[in-house]
Design a protein around this ligand. Structure first.
Ligand SMILES: [Zn+2]
Length: 214
């Protein structure tokens, strides 16, 4: 018989954005029971040898896939370097790889993010921009929402003269199911400040993103 979770036990405090929806985090056992249910739903026997440890592994993998819920992007960008020696041109970090899951099917979408901004108040360490992408990618997402969240966060933390975010990704829910369009990619952009106001800045950003690498 499939174990049905009737009451959720308390296992530690639920942090960050999950607070609003969840007062009690399911236990490890409850998460594993849910995975066994899905294995049965797929048509296999969760008790067979090859699958016996799978619920435990999946629960562990989920902690990593969705660790962005427990991370605060404000905290990552809290250190702004104000001394930039007069540098005011565009800072561009391109080809930031990410792995996310679509919120409609919980299937991966995988791609690259490119972030450009014109510093005003200051700059952040370049690796911080990659971490911001990761915080939002490691949640249930749509590519559109994630693009806007990254742009909003950089705008809020750095108060730049402009910020541009371009994301390119392949969605497994398109490749593996439904229309099965393998190899198609989806591109989303968000422009703020002078990137929004001046189309020539959008062209410059796009040209730099797409120029041959080093
Ligand atoms: Zn999907």
């Amino acid at each position: 018989m499939i174990p049905v979770v009737k009451s959720l036990s308390v296992e530690g405090a639920v942090s960050s954005s999950a607070d609003k929806f969840l007062t009690r985090r399911p236990s490890q056992e409850e998460a594993e029971a849910a995975v066994r249910t899905l294995i049965l739903w797929a048509g296999d026997n969760p008790a067979r040898e090859g699958l016996a440890e799978t619920p435990r592994r999946v629960a562990k993998a989920y902690k990593e896939f969705y660790k962005g819920y427990g991370e605060d992007p404000h905290h990552i960008l809290d250190r702004v370097f104000e001394e930039v020696e007069g540098y005011g041109d565009m800072v561009l970090v391109r080809d930031i790889p990410f792995y996310s899951h679509c919120e409609h099917h919980m299937v991966p979408f995988v791609g690259k993010a490119h972030i450009g901004y014109y510093p005003a108040k200051g700059v952040v360490g370049l690796s911080k921009l990659a971490r911001i992408v990761d915080v939002y990618a490691r949640r249930l997402q749509t590519q559109e929402t994630m693009t806007a969240q990254i742009a909003d966060m950089i705008e809020e933390a750095l108060e730049p003269r402009g910020v541009a975010v371009l994301i390119e990704a392949e969605h497994m829910c398109m490749s593996m199911r439904g229309v099965q369009k393998q190899g198609s990619s989806t591109m989303t952009t968000q422009y703020r400040g002078l990137f929004r106001d001046d189309p020539a800045e959008q062209v410059r950003f796009f040209t730099m993103v797409k120029s041959p690498g080093l």
